[in-house]
Design a protein. Structure first.
Length: 117
């Protein structure tokens, strides 16, 4: 029996507003979209999904740290674009011996780390 990871999902309250954050500001490449879900990273074995939280259990998962870390090229430019677009930084972009990192929240408060390495 083979088991692989298909996708990870972040739950949101408004898909259009989420698209502004994930596509327009963060710049994630869209793999597909329906009325309830957007998937990112076309061609990847594992995708990232952003889905409307229609079920009560899903709604309890909105506005928390997702545990996701995204490796970002040009992290300074991406963070500047996010900031200009009204994104909230839980931890601002900082440099350390192992690279640059920031923690940003989408418009529903879902937090994720951005790193350059």
């Amino acid at each position: 029996m083979a088991i692989t990871l298909k996708n990870l999902v972040i739950f949101v309250t408004d898909l259009a507003r989420a698209k502004t954050f994930y596509v327009d500001l963060l710049g994630l490449p869209v793999a597909g979209q329906s009325e309830m879900l957007m998937e990112f990273f076309p061609g990847a074995v594992t995708t990232l999904g952003v889905s409307l939280a229609l079920h009560e259990d899903a709604r309890t998962l909105i506005g928390r740290h997702t545990g996701l870390t995204l490796k970002v090229d040009n992290i300074v430019s991406v963070c500047e674009k996010l900031n200009a677009g009204g994104a909230h930084f839980v931890e601002p972009l900082e440099s350390s011996p192992w690279g640059k990192m920031a923690v940003v929240a989408d418009f529903d408060g879902n937090m994720m780390a951005l790193v350059d390495r």
